[in-house]
Design a protein around this ligand. Structure first.
Ligand SMILES: CC(C)(COP(=O)(O)OP(=O)(O)OC[C@H]1O[C@@H](n2cnc3c(N)ncnc32)[C@H](O)[C@@H]1OP(=O)(O)O)[C@@H](O)C(=O)NCCC(=O)NCCS
Length: 184
């Protein structure tokens, strides 16, 4: 599916463009925003490669990755990054991730972003299951996914190699019937 465009009261999901590199760097290059993510802060060059790859993959057939900009509708400012990736080992399932620029935290955009991504996955991609993995220390992410209606399912032990050691991940997921119930 291309191009993706989906809106909520304050936010919009749209395709990334190569002009978005600096705005994505403000998130992926931020030590604060990446503290609990699976990677260290990215350089501008790395972010440039990620955005270029996302732009290329956006028009691939079949499309297996949706790396999307989260934009504040009032200002047209890119304040976040969201990603759904089709799970090759499961039918109609995707993993997802999200991150917002630190100055946009604390006003409910996290929950709004997660709902946008879930709504896109269930309503437009007809997924059966969407899941995300977070650091056990990432309380903001836990609360955000729970507030969006996702269920904490358990722990993947020693899942991510970061800062010289293996880190566990906690899985949160939603199923298609749970999404329909949330929207009723
Ligand atoms: C996770 C993240 C998207 C939350 O964004 P946000 O806009 O601040 O979240 P919201 O304002 O929608 O708040 C959602 C919930 O999280 C809670 N929360 C937000 N930040 C928190 C923090 N630092 N510590 C504890 N709880 C926090 C809010 O109180 C709210 O809980 P409630 O519904 O029980 O009141 C944001 O912190 C972020 O981008 N973090 C870095 C990237 C990241 O960790 N992504 C998740 C990867 S799994």
């Amino acid at each position: 599916m291309y191009p993706v465009k989906r809106t909520s009261p304050r936010l919009e999901l749209r395709e990334l463009t190569i002009e978005d590199v600096d705005a994505v760097l403000a998130i992926y290059g931020s030590p604060e925003a990446t503290e609990h993510l699976s990677f260290e802060p990215r350089t501008r060059e790395q972010v440039g490669e990620i955005v270029a790859r996302s732009v290329t993959l956006a028009t691939a057939e079949p499309r297996i990755e949706y790396a999307l900009a989260v934009v504040e509708r009032d200002t047209n400012d890119l304040i976040g990054f969201g990603r759904l990736a089709m799970d090759p080992h499961q039918q109609r399932a995707a993993t997802f991730g999200f991150a917002l620029r630190p100055d946009a935290w604390g006003v409910g955009y996290g929950v709004e972003t997660v709902r946008l991504l879930l709504g896109f996955g269930f309503e437009e991609l007809s997924l059966h299951r969407v899941w995300g993995a977070r650091s056990p220390l990432n309380e903001a992410s836990a609360k955000t996914m729970t507030a969006a209606g996702m269920v904490e399912e358990g722990t993947i032990r020693a899942h991510i190699w970061k800062a010289g050691r293996w880190r566990d991940s906690v899985v949160h997921a939603m199923l298609e019937d749970e999404w329909r119930a949330v929207c009723r």
